[in-house]
Design a protein around this ligand. Sequence first.
Ligand SMILES: Cc1cc2nc3c(=O)[nH]c(=O)nc-3n(C[C@H](O)[C@H](O)[C@H](O)COP(=O)(O)O)c2cc1C
Length: 246
Amino acid sequence: MKVLGISMGRKNERCDIYCKQILMGVEAAAKASGKDIEVEFINTVTMDIGQCRGCGACSKAPDGKIKCILKDDYLELEEKVLDADGIVICAPVYSVGIVGQLKNFLDRFGAAHDRASMIDEQNKRREDGRPLLDERYFKDRYCSYVAVGGAWTEDWTCLGLPMMHLFSCSQTMKVVGQINANDQGRKTSPFLDQPMMDDMFAMGENLAMVRQRGNMSGLPSESSDGERNGYRDLPGLRHPRQDHCC
Ligand SMILES: Cc1cc2nc3c(=O)[nH]c(=O)nc-3n(C[C@H](O)[C@H](O)[C@H](O)COP(=O)(O)O)c2cc1C
């Protein structure tokens, strides 16, 4: 099993620190439970991920690979996502929402890998005897999100997490945790915010402990989603709402 940590912030800054803390939580939980989990970290800040031009080439996939034809670093990140079983994205909030690089990635990844249309396409290919789509497109993945914002108030980060969910949406990945890490501007370093670092670590433990999709735990169906799938409920928004401006 593989867990990929994607940081879209500046190198060695907050997204990197939180992402690595989460991956340490993954490793610790894997070690404690004897699970074989490989972790990988990637910082994307200098990657060239341009915008979708709407050409439609990705929907043809003659050889079974849904491939964007633009020549930039998108394919490298896409391959890493497809190889992973669990993914955590730590991305800065810019202009109240997700950073542009993430939006560009989502525009090129999301629609092209829509699970419902891929299942439909796979069935047609099977009937017609055409090359089948890559099996990795149909993996049951799970993920977590951290939106990192400098602003004191949550208002200025309010579209961060909701927009990040676009990543899991079309692939129907299970989201097992989200944290709105706002108020970073007044903090000299995440290392001085132990409760936040603990939440990040716990998020990593959750990623490691989540079970496969569906009610595989044997727990009754009226139990909570977290109970059935092995993860604990984490705080979605850590800080109480404050009415000051940015
Ligand atoms: C162009 C730009 C726009 C930003 N807009 C917001 C914003 O709307 N809300 C907010 O909370 N922080 C905003 N920030 C602050 C970043 O979210 C903050 O610096 C964060 O720590 C960046 O992540 P990093 O430290 O991992 O690079 C903005 C920063 C930049 C450079």
